[in-house]
Design a protein around this ligand. Structure first.
Ligand code: GRF
Length: 203
């Protein structure tokens, strides 16, 4: 049985596309069963529709409170009975209702080497700080801002003439491979957690 993935997106959805492409091969072991978003009109949703994957959208401003939005998001995700939720460029923090149901099985990608440069602008913050090496991190979402247990990391050298855009684009190339490789390994091997240390493979 393929690992059922629900992917959450907010923008261009190139990480989603990488997962959709990988899932086309049955040997990969996973399937994107739905794509959720916090806004309309984004390329991520078009990519899902083009792949024949159902979508849902919950905009925070359509709800009376952040908690109601979070509960609705959790409900929609739950309807697709995912084994794993992947937040792939989803620019919202999930809350208590979501984590009650999907804590421990929600992954997020971040365009920096956590715990350095958490938050909305990982690539820009690393560039402005002046680091010579940055990268991307895949982690298990918890209640903090990019504080979850680290599942995988990849590095990218910072070039002297980098701008936020050139650096982020180079990060995204390795970020996509990291995501695809890690989700495939989870599907085929599972993962185990010891303290904060995560490794692929069953205990
Ligand atoms: C990724 O770099 C992700 O880590 C960041 O936003 C980017 C999303 O890219 N939060 P895409 O929508 O998957 O193309």
């Amino acid at each position: 049985m393929a690992l059922r993935l629900v992917v959450l997106v907010s923008s261009s959805g190139t990480n989603l596309q990488a997962l959709l492409d990988a899932c086309a091969d049955p040997e990969f072991g996973a399937e994107v069963v739905a794509v959720g978003a916090d806004r309309d009109g984004i390329q991520g949703l078009t990519r899902a529709t083009d792949a024949g994957v159902p979508t849902f959208v919950h905009r925070v401003k359509d709800f009376g409170s952040r908690e109601e939005w979070d509960a609705a998001l959790a409900e929609s995700v739950a309807a697709y009975e995912p084994d794993l939720v992947v937040s792939a460029g989803f620019m919202k923090l999930v809350g208590a209702a979501f984590l009650d149901r999907f804590g421990g099985k929600t992954l997020n990608t971040h365009p920096a080497l956590l715990p350095s440069f958490p938050g909305m602008h990982g690539a820009r913050d690393a560039l402005e700080y002046g680091v010579k090496v940055t990268g991307a991190t895949l982690f298990i979402v918890d209640a903090g801002v990019d504080t979850g247990m680290i599942m995988a990391q990849v590095t990218v050298p910072v070039e002297d003439d980098d701008t936020e855009e050139t650096l982020h684009e180079r990060i995204k190339v390795v970020e996509r491979s990291m995501l695809v490789e890690s989700v495939g390994r989870i599907a085929r091997e599972g993962y185990t957690v010891d303290g904060r240390r995560v490794r692929f493979g069953r205990a």
